[in-house]
Design a protein around this ligand. Structure first.
Ligand SMILES: N[C@@H](CCC(=O)N[C@@H](CS)C(=O)NCC(=O)O)C(=O)O
Length: 221
């Protein structure tokens, strides 16, 4: 049994998609980020980096955090969604890491600087949005030769989808990125992905215009 420490966020949705795709039995424990639960000792014993997601696998006794590492672990555990051949495996991990080191930090920066900080600095917002869009254009190019990022549907698609679907929250448009839009649709329509939506794809318009109180906003502190 896998225990998933989670919250409605893109990095957590990746792992939920993988668990749904593989059918591994799992239970969840929500970590409420706005209450700062990720920074409380009860959780930092699980993840000293104070971030979600994390998992505990009672079959192996392993506690693991960082979504990319978790996806690779679950792929190896089930022999699914990460090709066996060394070259295909390397290419799949390349696209997974492209999300982890590029799209996540850039789009996360666009979110933080356009939504969460009280003092908005246009140059900074633009810098993160432009970089996110540049990374999206790399995906668009890759999708010219394949339906999925590494050829077959894989952990790379599971990692990128939750971020690309949230492009609007970061203030980035998919206009002109037709292949990326079609790919997003293809992934979104998978039954396993559908099953994650009620929890991981809330209506973000409820947050529109919300002013965050800096003193109690744990993600900023
Ligand atoms: N590299 C980490 C990043 C995890 C991460 O930043 N998670 C966010 C939610 S998507 C979080 O826990 N934020 C809480 C905070 O910043 O205090 C991963 O991919 O698992």
């Amino acid at each position: 049994m896998i225990k998933l420490y989670t919250t409605p966020s893109p990095n957590c949705q990746k792992v939920a998609i993988m668990l749904e795709e593989t059918g591994l039995p799992y239970e969840t424990q929500e970590i409420a980020l706005l209450k700062g639960e990720q920074k409380k000792p009860a959780y930092t014993v699980v993840n000293p980096n104070a971030r979600v997601p994390a998992i505990f696998d009672s079959d192996t006794g392993l506690t693991l955090w960082d979504s990319g590492a978790i996806l690779i672990y679950l792929a190896d555990k089930t022999n699914r969604f990460l090709p066996e051949s060394a070259t295909q495996r390397a290419l799949t991990i390349q696209w997974l890491m492209f999300q982890m080191s590029g799209i996540g930090p850039s789009q996360g920066g666009a979110n933080a600087f356009s939504r969460y900080v009280p003092d908005k600095i246009p140059w900074v917002i633009e810098r993160f949005r432009r970089e996110t869009l540049r990374l999206y254009s790399v995906l668009e190019g890759q999708l010219a030769s394949a339906d999925y990022l590494a050829g077959e549907y894989s952990v790379a698609d599971m990692a990128v989808y939750p971020w690309v679907r949230m492009h609007g929250w970061a203030g980035v448009s998919l206009d002109g990125l037709d292949r990326l839009q079609n790919w997003c649709q293809r992934v979104a329509e998978r039954a396993a992905v559908e099953r994650t939506k009620s929890y991981y794809e809330p209506d973000m318009s409820i947050y529109e215009g919300e002013e965050f109180d800096k003193s109690t906003h744990h993600i900023l502190n």
